[in-house]
Design a protein around this ligand. Structure first.
Ligand code: NAI
Length: 667
């Protein structure tokens, strides 16, 4: 049987074992489908063969359809559907032996089998929704027949995978293999020989699911605002209840094609490839797996605490450093509270929480923390001399070869590296708040940062399960630099006649997770104020510049932390409430600027805010701060709450003609 797994087809008594093999994840492209069909035909033609087992090579069943073939016209043949049609009409029963990733099209193939045996480690899911699509090879028809409409809705609409045990409980698989997967599958297949086939397509769903579908529709995002695929998937699953299989299956195919041609899916698929491109080194090579085992995080504030958690979550032992025990104690409390809330929400177990907490040691001694670790991440105050002082000491303390990173959000990484005798080992690792949650990691390349260091930084990102984008060294790097003109324009809109909640509403309606003013209140207005004061001193602003934010800060309104910023907040609440005091500040600013206030439409708000952001993005590209337009889009989707279904700001700008770039090839 061991041998069987290295051959496309092998015989074990009367059971033919067909292996799907296309490293690394057995993506189902035309070549693999064709060879699998070939093997299946051989098995079908052999009168001695009574049943077939389908298994994946490389420790995984199949990661799904080959995305590179999506949207290619004419559609490459044989298609996934051709394979499934063959399986459906097979005279001989087919057993799927499932382990590792069994996703999308891979899962659809498994569902077209008569029987499914899963390894405990299997991960079964329909990630299509994350690409703006739905399972288009019968998945929306077979899944509800096997596990019921409610569970099918949950799996297909979330896109999240389930493990082998959960899949068995749901009825998505028939058996979890206690011992060897293939052996179990072959044993099962043997018992099915000469028995009638047990296809999911033959099942009829009974019951009234009106409420189930009404609730699903009510909870899905509106169709025009990113929810198109969700609504089409719900329609399909409803068809599985109401229509014979063949009809439901045909309608699923039509809807899949409709989605494939939709802007929402094109944007999401574009992003999928942009994300992969961003994770590569500038020379196009893929970084090696990281083996960071120990790290020191310097500064235990908002960011340091979150970064320590991100490391601990990835199995890294962390030394968390601050200037006194009280601060460390407070950080420990915050970390513990954050994990605790994860446990309450069922995101991790108490044991996992205890293990992660135990990985975070605390000390006030930089020497103790940083002398023998693989990685140091500095997250002290955003002040050059404080950071330089830390790096000077790190240079003396840290073993040679230690990766030295700064989490600075605006400062010059070269100036930080310059105080060390090893600037080649210094890099920016710009996390986003909360650092244990946000997926984006901007990797800031200093002038002297070596290729090796960059490669290691990319690997660290992978190890921390972050989405990396490499940025050049400039004030604000990619994300924050583009944010500055956006925020400035938002403030100008206030001066011209809008209110903070009008602007925030328009931006949220567009699809952003939060509007600019609610975001600033959350982040703390004092942060930007301190940065602006530094910039005013370095180079005094030219032309008109809005002063509303400065005035609010002078009034001690720092945002949520002071229960007052652009909005006011009830103590303990994060709900922004419009505040007359702010309106007075705004109206005074309008008078002082000599502006007659007017009504500003949501469309104008959107265009006015995003056009400067897009223009700054173009400047960033022209200067080589970002390598590709897709990198910028990845930054905005994963770091700034930009709607994925619009594909990121540059892709959006291109789609409405605000930006015309012949270099980007639409999918
Ligand atoms: P914070 O003020 O919450 O924490 C800074 C911590 O560093 C404090 O606990 C302080 O006692 C400690 N510290 C200061 N000097 C130290 C030294 N010499 N040795 C050890 N510890 C020292 O600040 P926050 O917000 O965590 O920011 C830290 C860094 O992260 C800054 O560079 C900031 O620009 C950057 N950043 C902040 C983001 C945010 O949303 N807050 C987002 C991304 C980056």
């Amino acid at each position: 049987l061991l041998e069987a797994r290295s051959m496309p087809i092998a015989l074990h008594d009367r059971v033919a074992v067909v292996t799907i093999d296309n490293p690394p994840v057995n993506a189902l492209g035309p070549a693999l489908i064709s060879s699998t069909l070939g093997s299946l035909n051989v098995a079908a033609a052999d009168p001695f063969v009574g049943a077939i087992v389908l298994i994946g090579a490389n420790g995984t069943f199949s990661g799904g359809a080959d995305m590179k073939t999506f949207g290619v016209i004419p559609r490459p043949r044989p298609s996934l559907r051709d394979l499934i049609v063959w399986m459906e009409s097979s005279q001989k029963p087919i057993v799927a032996a499932i382990e590792g990733n069994t996703m999308g099209g891979g899962l659809e193939v498994a569902l077209a089998c008569d029987y499914r045996v899963a390894a405990r480690n299997a991960r079964l899911g329909f990630p299509e929704i994350k690409r703006g699509l739905l399972p288009g090879a019968g998945g929306t028809q077979r899944a509800p027949r096997l596990i019921g409409p409610q569970a099918a809705l949950e799996m297909i609409l979330s896109g999240d995978p389930v493990d082998g045990a959960r899949a068995a409980k749901l009825g998505l698989v028939d058996l979890v293999a206690a011992g060897d997967l293939l052996e179990t599958a072959v044993t099962v297949a043997d018992t099915l020989i000469d028995k009638p086939r047990t296809r999911a397509s033959a099942i009829t769903i009974h019951g009234d699911f009106f409420e189930t579908f009404a609730t699903a529709r009510a909870e899905a995002a509106p169709q025009a605002r990113g929810g198109l695929a969700q609504h089409r998937a719900i329609d399909c699953i409803e068809d599985a209840v109401a229509l014979p299989f063949a009809q439901g299956d045909a309608r699923e195919m039509d809807r899949f094609v409709e989605l494939l041609n939709s802007e929402q899916a094109k944007a999401r698929i574009y992003l999928f490839f942009a994300e992969r491109a961003a994770a590569k080194l500038p020379d196009g090579s893929v970084s090696r797996p990281s083996s960071v085992k120990t790290a020191a995080v310097i500064g235990s504030g908002t960011m340091g605490g979150g970064i320590a958690m991100a490391c601990a979550n990835a199995g890294i032992d962390v030394n968390l450093v601050d200037v006194d025990d009280e601060l460390l104690q407070r950080a420990r409390g915050a970390i513990s509270a954050s994990y605790g809330s994860g446990v309450r929400k069922g995101k991790l177990t108490q044991t996992e929480m205890d293990e992660r907490l135990a990985r975070i040691a605390r000390t006030t001694s930089l020497e103790e923390a940083a002398s023998s670790v693989d990685l140091v991440i500095e997250a002290v105050f955003e002040e050059m001399d404080v950071k330089q002082d830390v790096f000077r000491r790190l240079d003396r303390i840290a073993a040679s070869g230690t990766l030295l990173a700064s989490n600075t959000s605006t400062l010059d990484i070269d100036a930080i590296a310059a105080v060390t005798a090893r600037p080649q080992d210094v890099v920016g690792l710009h996390f986003f708040s909360p650092a244990n949650v946000m997926q984006l990691l901007e990797i800031v390349r200093g002038t002297k940062t070596s290729q090796e260091t960059l490669a290691r930084a990319l690997s660290v990102a992978k190890q921390l399960k972050k989405i990396p984008v490499i940025a050049g060294n400039c004030d604000g790097f990619i994300g924050n630099r583009m944010l500055a003109p956006y925020l400035r324009e938002a403030e100008l809109l206030l001066e011209e006649g809008a209110t903070p909640h009008q602007v925030d509403d328009a931006i949220r309606e567009f699809g952003m997770a939060m509007g600019p003013f609610a975001t600033m209140d959350l982040a703390g207005l004092d942060v930007g104020w301190r940065i602006r004061k530094r910039r005013y001193a370095e180079r005094p602003p030219t032309g008109h510049h809005p002063k509303i934010a400065d005035t609010l800060c002078e009034m001690g309104r720092f945002g949520q932390k002071t229960n007052a910023g652009y909005y006011r907040y009830e103590p303990g609440s994060r709900i922004p409430i419009p505040d007359l005091a702010v309106e007075e500040v705004i109206e005074r600013a309008s008078r002082e600027a000599g502006t007659k206030r007017r009504t500003i439409t949501p469309d104008e708000i959107v265009m006015r805010c995003f056009a400067p952001l897009v223009r700054e993005g173009e400047a960033i590209l022209a200067e080589g701060i970002a390598q590709r337009p897709g990198d910028i889009d990845v930054v905005y989707v994963y770091g700034y709450g930009w709607p994925a279904w619009r594909g990121g700001p540059l892709r959006w700008a291109e789609s409405i003609g605000l930006r015309i770039n012949p270099d980007t090839v639409p999918v």
